[in-house]
Design a protein around this ligand. Structure first.
Ligand code: NDP
Length: 296
């Protein structure tokens, strides 16, 4: 088996599973899962993400509702839109694309979303449920990482996992998920001492930092599974020519020589994030009808 973990391929099979569940509930319950995405302002990266989300939502047979608001949108207008979507039975998932313009409070907006429709899993209720091991909406990127890890390793019980990064959207929920799988979990961050040494003890190493190719071969134990969440756009000389390229937080070429499994960038965790967003929307729709959760 190759040690490259093909997230692009896995995400395609996950989207196919999503579609089967969408078709089933549409037929049985006469309801089509719907995802509403709110974009405030014109951040170019956010525009690309929102476009991709909308396209893949429709391809999975779901309804996509895009709400594009001006960068100067007021707090009241945004909160009123969320309120309207919370009350709309056709909407099963609500996502507000981050970052928001400075005059809007991200925490307030996220916490105004109905937790049952919070398909990003960022609402404080979902954070609490996840951290206490209860049924919740799980943030998409860590969920995608978990699915890749379980596919590769089967049981994660007893594995030594090190996560680099302690953000609310990746590092912390990743730690909760791995703890729930009975891993021994350590979170490293910018103040961690002897980080290379610590990482080199990991059976599972998740890098969610935002520093291009920071994790090198000497950070990784032979045979470890390395999940690279980082997305960094850098200039690199390729065949004598300077190009804009996308790299992760891991030096892929070096680390793949010793890792038991490694996700590439692009084509690793990235595609899993949107596929998990679709999966969460379907799960929310099933829950809204009192049905048991789809199995992904
Ligand atoms: P944040 O900037 O919120 O967090 C980065 C974390 O890395 C912080 O905890 C920070 O520590 C830590 N860190 C920074 N520098 C170092 C260092 N030198 N050594 C050790 N730790 C360090 O980032 P996000 O979690 O939002 O995202 C991380 C990366 O993942 C980014 O590249 C982002 O683009 C990508 N990403 C990819 C997604 C995908 O779908 N594939 C989705 C979301 C994010 P401290 O807390 O001490 O400052």
């Amino acid at each position: 088996m190759t040690n490259i973990i093909n997230g692009k391929e896995f995400a395609a099979s996950l989207r196919a599973k999503v579609k089967v569940y969408v078709d089933e509930i549409t037929k049985k319950e006469n309801v089509t899962p719907g995802l509403a995405v709110i974009l405030v302002g014109e951040d170019p990266a956010s525009q690309v993400y929102v476009r991709n989300k909308g396209k893949q939502t429709i391809e999975a047979g779901m309804n996509s509702y895009e709400h594009k608001l001006d960068a100067s949108t007021s707090r009241e207008t945004l909160l009123n839109l969320v309120k309207k979507l919370n009350a709309d039975d056709n909407v099963h998932g609500i996502l507000c694309q981050l970052p928001l313009p400075d005059h809007l409070n991200e925490e307030e907006v996220i916490n105004s979303i109905d937790p049952k429709k919070d398909v990003d899993g960022f609402h404080i209720s979902n954070v609490g449920l996840l951290n206490t091991g209860q049924k919740s909406m799980v943030p998409c990127t860590p969920l995608g990482c978990l699915l890749l890890l379980k596919d590769r390793l089967g049981s994660l019980s007893g594995k030594n996992a090190v996560i680099i990064g302690r953000s609310n959207i990746v590092g912390k929920p990743m730690a909760s998920l791995l703890l729930k799988e009975s891993c021994t979990v350590t979170i490293a961050h910018s103040r961690t001492k002897n980080i290379e040494e610590l990482c080199s003890t990991a059976d599972i190493l998740v890098a969610a930092v935002g520093r291009p190719e920071m994790v090198n071969k000497n950070w990784v134990k032979e045979g470890a599974i390395v999940i690279d969440v980082g997305i960094n756009r850098i200039k690199k000389t390729v065949d004598g020519e300077e190009k804009n390229v996308l790299v992760g937080d891991v030096n892929f070429a070096a680390v793949k020589e010793i890792a038991g499994g490694i996700t590439p960038v692009p084509g690793g965790v990235g595609p899993m994030t949107i596929a998990c967003l679709l999966a969460n929307t379907v799960t929310s729709c099933y829950r809204s009808r009192g049905l048991s959760d789809p199995e992904f």
